[in-house]
Design a protein around this ligand. Sequence first.
Ligand code: G3I
Ligand code: 9MR
Length: 567
Amino acid sequence: QAQSLSTYIRLNQIGFYPNAAKIAIVIGDASGEFRITTPDLKKTVFKGTLSEARPNAISGKTARTADFSALKTAGTFVVVIPGLGHSYPFEIKTNVHRAVAIGSLKGFYYQRVSVDLPAKYAGAWSRPAGHIKEDTHVLVHPSAVSDSRPAGTVLSSPGGWYDAGDYNKYIVNSGITTGTLLSLYEDFPQFCQAFKTNIPESGNKIPDVLDESLWNLRWMLTMQDPADGGVYHKLTNARFDGMVMPDKANKERYVVQKSVTAALDFAAVMAQAGRVFKSFSRDLPGLSDSCVTAAVRAWEWAQKNPDQLYRQNELNEKMDPDVVTGEYGDRDASDEWIWAAAELYVTTRNDAYYTAVNLFPDDKMPLPSWAQVRLLGYYTLARFEKSLTPRGQKDFPKLKKQLTGFADELIQNVDKQAYQTVMGQSARDYIWGSSAVAANQGIALIQAYRLTNDKKYLHKALTNFDYLLGRNATGFCFVTGFGDKPVMNPHHRPSVADGIEAPVPGLLSGGPNGNAPKQDKCEGYTATSADEMFLDASCSYASNEIAINWNAPLVYLAGALEALQAA
Ligand code: G3I
Ligand code: 9MR
């Protein structure tokens, strides 16, 4: 009988590793047999039976699983559900996610500030440099004025990456992003040597993931006040730009108040960078030492200013101009202390950092996000088990137990879920930037795999990658430029303003967010459950913006799965 494309079949729209699990989800009423065929539907290569219907914990809707893991033949195929239709085509092959891994790291190149993106590297998305005035003309906001930098001072603070769909630069978010990219290198150095993204630096001796990270690290270094070691919270306009290209965004830029969270996230990343770039000292003389020095100075500033949190509303009551761009505010810096202490300790092997803070205040294992960085410190302690001082080694068994216990919780009930993914077991996963929840859950599982060698963690990490690439309740592939139903209209100023239909590629959409309609007030949301609360419209910044701190865990997960081939 005739078969047409069915949107009721949800699967990773890119494909599967030959030896890995292969699952498609079928929503609606279908039951009984399914087939895997060639895309012309003529040749059947596998037959199976759909699972029993499982209820979706979030929406209550039911779904069935088509499990064709036993099919290991390389090729391009579709899932066929008799009477319903067929899926998008997918591939089975080794390195099947290499293009996504490369594309998502390349996404950072497109976010670069202060530099032209020529067609040689940027293809159709070639554009002139944005914010070139930052080279000589960044103002000191009244909240950031100090003896060394009185009102009227102008600074140079070019480079780095635009944070997201907006054009501002925020140290807190830069910190977690850069730390995650550096961690991919630390965990999979060999893979990273051959991980090339066609950026201007690709021919040099430094892996592209580190060259890309350096683009932002160098900017971050300019955000430290040499007089006292403090770090400005952000470099920003007072208000968001319109939907214009970066070179047309000409509002005044300010560095805004130093904060303890910025100082500690900066200290953590600089300490990590000091470690990573040590082995590239011949090509980057002095960089490693400069990073460690900057880290120590930021840490010491934080010790003297532990209560200096960034609270934008309080600031705006006292200061002019009001600053209404992204806050990345915090009420509690205890997790930032843990991350900075762990990185400085591992880099310097000085127990004073280890004992300066309570590294294990409780048994909680909060998933990493810009606001919660505790686990980034734990991952580092776990990564360097062999080189910890006796003080750190003493705690290692406890740390390992907590990290694997957390992973066990994440995977415990996955097989009962309608979509068979770690992501989405609770409606609480569907917050602003939920795609990064999925990616960071994946990273937590990769860490557990590295600690135990138990492949169940690796296999479950792959379920969340499948989620991001299409096995989800929206049916979208959340990475621009990939899949058959990709996000096309992200809240991303260049993608809106460049006149090109396809958005800038390799960027991860924030994803479903139960509160999005209230938060961005974009018209057109129709979903009734959080897992579907997503709108592929550029006004939907609470569900469809892109952001560097979401892309980085995508790069990590894609890179780790490629390095390990998830087999
Ligand atoms: O975590 C809580 C959750 O416990 C609670 O149940 C839920 C109920 O609303 O809220 C959750 O917090 C939300 C948080 O994101 C989750 O990370 C907040 O409501 C929500 O307001 C907050 O949104 C942040 C958003 O800025 C608005 O401030 C996002 O995290 C953050 O990623 C986003 O970052 C923006 C920058 O400000 C500007 N640049 C673009 C960037 C991406 O959209
Ligand atoms: O474009 C801004 C986006 O990057 C932020 O994440 C978001 C929330 O802070 O705000 C967006 O800017 C909107 C502003 O908050 C309200 N007016 C419309 C702006 C988008 O066009």
